[in-house]
Write a protein that binds this ligand. Sequence first.
Ligand SMILES: Cc1ncc(COP(=O)(O)O)c(C=O)c1O
Length: 375
Amino acid sequence: MQFIDLAAQYQRIAPQVQEKMDEVLNTGRYIMGPVVTDLEQRLADYVGKKYCISCSNGTDGLILPLLAMDIHEGDAVFVPDFTFFASAESVCAVGATPVFVDILPDSYNMDPAHLIKMIEKTKAEGKLTPKAIIPVDLFGLPADYAAIEKIAKDYDLKVLEDGAQGFGGTQNGKKACSFGDVSSTSFFPAKPLGCYGDGGAMFTDSEELRDLLISLRVHGSNPADKYDNIRIGRNCRLDALQAAVLHCKLDIFDDEVEKRHIAAAEYNKRLSNYVATPVLGEGFTSSYAQYTIRLESEAQRTQVMAAMKEAGVPTMVYYPRPMHGQTAFAGMANAADYPVAEAACKQVMSLPMHPYLTTEIIDKVCAELLKALGK
Ligand SMILES: Cc1ncc(COP(=O)(O)O)c(C=O)c1O
């Protein structure tokens, strides 16, 4: 049994992928080019933003907007304490300081009330200037942008949506990656929309940010003069072959998200009487990058995971360590500020999730889980 079955997806679209890749191979344009530009337009339309700027991966997709918004040393950027390392690492990459924010116990996303508390605390300490918030759409579920965008407005902060896991999720009908001043996603193969290598994209309605991101993506280039570089940038382009793959995957993306919803509903039906299953607030949908349940304790999780492994069912822990517990961030935050993230790290566990789960697989996963729980 696969935790994520990418091979099943490839079998579905293999002829289309090969044809589109051949198209790229025959043009001889392997970096950027029309296949990439067309994809950017399709992605912008899909998300509902004016501009999409593709890039090399989701991490660069966070770093470039931070550079474009001139966030630098001495600035504070608020990041959830429970996320993948890159959400906070990107802040350090531009010389600024991540200030961690605790999460909500049900959605696992940034807690707006704790965000206000940490902004006030940072202001009171007076060492850093609050500049931006990076909410993360964890496990496919958008953060609470209705609340977070209001807080950003009140404190005059920028919002950079980390939609690396969120692509395909919605809040009040608005798609993930359409929130904030600018957003970013990752096309890492295991993501809801993944390519066959590294890839990413940024989205914005701001023409000014778009121009900066395009320039920063290619060595701070001057759009009017290829050999004039007007700022220090990076090399963060998307390969044309990855764009070819993404075209084919985008064709079936809505259907795949629907299949993920069906799989999640099947899991919920079988499990919600026994473990804490994912909670989607009113007005939210998830693209289920992960289907994450919560157990009673770390000891119970260890025992259940071992039993399921023994039975041939793969499970994963996203994430066993909060940001404040990362060695690279040692001494940067006080663990007592993050009780909800600490508890989540000890209790969460993700089950196999992908669009090609069959009823038989779901039955097997649930049967082994319930057996391990003694139910
Ligand atoms: C929440 C989050 N942010 C950022 C990233 C970084 O994306 P990439 O691996 O494409 O650099 C990831 C990837 O796992 C992620 O899950």
